[in-house]
Structures are given as structure tokens and as C-alpha cells.
Design a protein around this ligand. Structure first.
Ligand code: ADP
Length: 495
């Protein structure tokens, strides 16, 4: 089989027809509903306790902190009340020894100290005029309520949320291991350390980054069109949307504001289809899953998000290279002939090791439309150590990479389309625009990712071309900053 023929056979394995697309939307809607009825289903459908999204008129200064994995970000956000904001922030690396500290106090004490340093540097004026009963280097005691900063705490580890500012740590991930924190309320752990330092800060909200994305987009884009969905297509993928509380049949523990009749739900849609085998699957999807740390789990995420797309492409390309009859990456003049007499790939090439192909190169391949594909050929040489790839090699790589991402975009449209249908907004003549906020490198940087989503949305029954025209997908920047600040504001209104 020639290279072109082999390539089109591989490309066709990633086809995802309109019929399959529609079947998946129906399945997604079914799983959306199951998750609203009971715990332990494939979509977790976690209530966020956030019962309103902003409309752009919100005002005030709020703090936001973000404990992700490697860094701790502290920022203050001034909401100007006209859909704009100003943001000041600092970022510190979390010392490795604190990730595995003896007690939770060690880590949370460090976090509180960073908040103190940030306030001293950027918000000294906030305390001027307040009466201090301590020495001048301390924050004044007895400050008034309006002097107390409300803080939104983005905490990207599994928590069981029990209220807008209450959530118990289920387990640590990403290299953290502080056993005595498990089962404790992470907001209280932070508040206790803030209080020990006497800072005028109240931990007002525990924030999921997807919920933050929805809030940030709703504030900045809004005008009269509130956003209905915030979605992330970055390392992972997830979405949070507005649901009617009457549709949430499972019990919601803890208190929340019932007046709006709505609540933001964190779908955890990365796990759509766990163990159900609905999703399209190739031999390379199966191999990726089998060799992952969590086989059978996050099956949707493994076909959609940045962490995995490069690896699917790598596995498919690696199979093509193994095929003796294919001429992919073969060059008898190769300087890497010590690895193999037949390929021009360095033994150190990322093509040959698990996770060795970063999804970013897929964007380079898609963006290169030069006749000689010179950009991607250079990139293959620079980042994947393929020595002087031929035009045909680059064409094959570009085609396989494009097919994998196209399937990912069409699968993304499954979740987006299903939630648009779930919202019922298409039937509402008052809704001219259905706004959706997205964030993440894949959707931001991969050329035409959004266009491929739109193309698929037009093919979904119940949406069609006229429905797709109403849907506006826009980038939501900085959900963990401005989004967290907005959730702190919503929480303050509930106090
Ligand atoms: P996170 O989701 O961790 O906050 P990002 O949104 O930046 O961070 O997503 C990082 C993921 O996006 C990584 O898996 C990376 O491989 C992928 N990525 C980075 N740059 C690009 C790009 N230009 N095109 C496509 N994917 C990219």
C-alpha cells in the first residue's frame, strides 16, 4: 500500500459521521439527566451552590487565589460595573516540601502568608485610616465589614462541595500528599490561617475553574445575554452550565439561595461514557487508555483534550512507521541510520516514547498551508527529531493530526450541543443569542477548532443551521481570576 492510501485509511478511522454525532448528543442528554437524579453516574453533575451569573454591572474589589498544581496565584480584581475589570496578580511556586508537609497547617499557613504579602504590596491603601490597636506593621484589628476583602478560592483537587464556601478534600492529586487534610474543609483550613495572621479577608467561595470560566464570560461578554455554559478545552476538558433547580432531583446538601430557581452545575463531562462504550474507538484510543494511569475512566477527555490528542496521533504515526510497506519517514541518506537503516527518526524522537508528542505541534501542522509544508517539516525536525522529512511525510502527518483533532472538535460539539438543547433556550424567541464561554489552549490556538464545532452544531437535530447561528462561542479569559472574584461577589450577596 502506498503512503497516500495508507494515510487515508488511517484518516477514515477517525471519521465521526453526522449520524453518530446525533446518537452521541442523545446519549449525552440521557447521562446529563441521570447525573441530575443520582450520584455515582457517568456525568457527576456537581451542584456548585452558585445560583446566579453576572450581567456585567457588578462592582467592587475582590480577591481570588488559585491553588492548581505547581503554582499559587493571588490576585485582586476590580470589577468596574461595565463588563470591564482590572486585575493585579502575583504567582509563587509552591515549595516541594510543602506539597508533602506533615500537617495541613504548614501548607495553608504558607498560602495565607502569600495573601498577606500581596495585600501589603498592592492594597496598603485599603487599611489607611483604620484604627490599629497593634503596632504599625500589623493589619488593623476591628476593621469594618466593608474593609474585609471577600476571596474566591480556586482549588483544583477533588472536593465534595457542601456549600458555596465549604468543601471537604476527597484526595490529593498532582504530587500533593498531606494526609491530615483529607476530609477537612479546605476553606476553613485557609480561613484559620488567614485569621491567625489577622488579615481582613473572608474566604467567601470555593471555586471550580469551569464555573469560574462561565462567570468570567458572562460578566465580560454579557450586556443582556448571560452566558449559559463555560467550557474548558485545555489539558483536560470540562463544562459548567446553568440548570433549573427543579431539574436537580438528587438532594443538594447545605444551604443555597433558592430565589433564582437556577444553579450552576459542574458536569465533569470528561468522564462522559465511562465504562459505557458509546464513544468512537480506534486501536490507538484503546492503546492510549490501556497504558494510562486510569484505564476506563475519563473516556471522553481522552478523545477530546490537549493532554491526549498528541498521544493518539503519535500512536497512529508510530504504527505507520512500523509498517514495512509504508515509506513514512524513510530516507536512506539519514544521519540517524544508527537507530535503523530504514528510518530517518532519531532514537531520541518523541515519536518513539509515550506522551512524546505535544499537542501544540498539531496546531502547527494545521496552520501550515504552504505548498511545500515547510513550517511543519521544520517543526518535525526541531521538536520530533525527524531528519529532513519529505513533503509526502509532512502531508501524511498533517492529515492524521487533522483527522484526530477534527474528531475531537466534533465530539466537543456533542457536549456543547447537548447543553444548548438541555437549556431550552433555542425555543425561546426572546433569546437572540445563546452565549458560551470557552477557555484552553486547544480552542484558543488550534486553527478553526471553533469552526469545526460550529459545522457539527449545524448538523445536530434540534439545532440545525438556524440554531447554530444563534450560538455564540467566545473566549473567556482568566476564569480563575475574574471568575473566582465574581463567585465571591455572588456569595457576598447571599451572606
Ligand atoms: P491548562 O488546561 O492546564 O490550564 P492550557 O489551556 O494551556 O492549560 O492547555 C494545555 C494543553 O494544551 C496541553 O495539553 C498542551 O499540549 C496543549 N497545547 C498547548 N499549546 C497548544 C497549541 N498551540 N495548540 C494545541 N494545543 C496546545
Amino acid at each position: 500500500m502506498g503512503l497516500a492510501e495508507h494515510t487515508s485509511r488511517i484518516v477514515s478511522e477517525f471519521d465521526f459521521s453526522d449520524e453518530e454525532l446525533n446518537r452521541h448528543v442523545q446519549e449525552f442528554l440521557k447521562q446529563t439527566d441521570s447525573g441530575l437524579r443520582e450520584d455515582g453516574t457517568s456525568l457527576s453533575q456537581i451542584p456548585s451552590y452558585v445560583t446566579a451569573v453576572p450581567d456585567g454591572t457588578e462592582k467592587g474589589v475582590y480577591l481570588a487565589v488559585d491553588l492548581g498544581g505547581t503554582n499559587f496565584r493571588v490576585c485582586s480584581v476590580s470589577l468596574n460595573g461595565d463588563s470591564t475589570f482590572n486585575l493585579t496578580y502575583t504567582k509563587v511556586a509552591i515549595p516541594k516540601n510543602l506539597m508533602v508537609a506533615k500537617t495541613a497547617r504548614d501548607l495553608f499557613g504558607f498560602l495565607a502568608k502569600q495573601i498577606e504579602l500581596f495585600l501589603r504590596e498592592h492594597h496598603k491603601e485599603h487599611f489607611e485610616g483604620a484604627t490599629s490597636r497593634r503596632n504599625t506593621s500589623s493589619f488593623p484589628e476591628g476593621y469594618h465589614d466593608e474593609q474585609i476583602f471577600r476571596l474566591g478560592f480556586t482549588f483544583s483537587f477533588p472536593v465534595q462541595q457542601l456549600g458555596i464556601n465549604k468543601g471537604k478534600l476527597i484526595r490529593w492529586t498532582k504530587g500533593f500528599d498531606i494526609p491530615d487534610a483529607i476530609g477537612q474543609d479546605v476553606c476553613k483550613l485557609l480561613q484559620d490561617e488567614i485569621d491567625r495572621l489577622g488579615l481582613p479577608v473572608k474566604v467567601a467561595a470555593l471555586v471550580n475553574d469551569t464555573v469560574g470560566t462561565l462567570m468570567a464570560r458572562s460578566y465580560t461578554s454579557a450586556g443582556k445575554h448571560r452566558s449559559i455554559l463555560g467550557a474548558i478545552f485545555g489539558t483536560g476538558t470540562n463544562g459548567a452550565y446553568i440548570e433549573k433547580t427543579s431539574n436537580i432531583k438528587k438532594p443538594i446538601q447545605g444551604e443555597y439561595n433558592t430565589s433564582t430557581g437556577e444553579m450552576v452545575i459542574n458536569t465533569e463531562w470528561g468522564s462522559f461514557d465511562n465504562q459505557l462504550n458509546v464513544l468512537p474507538s480506534t486501536a490507538w484510543d484503546a492503546a492510549l487508555d490501556r497504558d494510562s494511569v486510569n484505564p476506563g475512566i475519563q473516556m471522553y477527555e481522552k478523545r477530546v483534550s490537549g493532554m491526549f490528542l498528541g498521544e493518539i496521533v503519535r500512536l497512529a504515526i508510530a504504527d505507520m512507521i512500523q509498517d514495512e510497506d509504508t515509506s513514512l519517514f524513510r530516507d536512506t541518506n539519514s544521519s540517524y541510520n544508527d537507530w535503523s537503516t530504514t528510518t530517518n527518526i532519531s532514537p531520541k524522537s518523541g515519536l518513539l516514547s509515550q506522551w512524546g508528542l505535544d499537542t501544540a505541534i498539531l496546531s502547527v501542522a494545521a496552520a501550515d498551508n504552504t505548498p511545500e509544508l515547510s513550517t511543519i517539516r521544520q517543526e518535525l525536525e526541531n521538536t520530533l527529531l525527524v531528519y529532513t522529512p519529505a513533503l509526502e511525510d509532512a502531508q501524511a502527518f498533517k492529515a492524521v493530526a487533522g483527522a484526530v483533532v477534527r474528531r475531537a472538535a466534533r465530539l466537543s460539539a456533542v457536549a456543547i450541543g447537548a447543553i444548548v438543547l438541555q437549556s431550552g433556550k433555542l425555543e425561546d424567541p426572546a433569546e437572540e443569542i445563546i452565549d458560551i464561554g470557552v477557555d484552553g489552549s486547544l480552542v484558543e490556538h488550534y486553527p478553526f477548532f471553533r469552526d469545526m464545532i460550529y459545522e457539527a452544531l449545524r448538523a445536530i437535530d434540534g439545532i440545525g443551521p438556524s440554531g447554530a447561528d444563534k450560538i455564540r462561542i467566545g473566549i473567556a479569559k482568566d476564569g480563575s481570576g475574574v471568575g473566582a472574584a465574581l463567585i465571591a461577589l455572588v456569595a457576598q450577596k447571599m451572606e
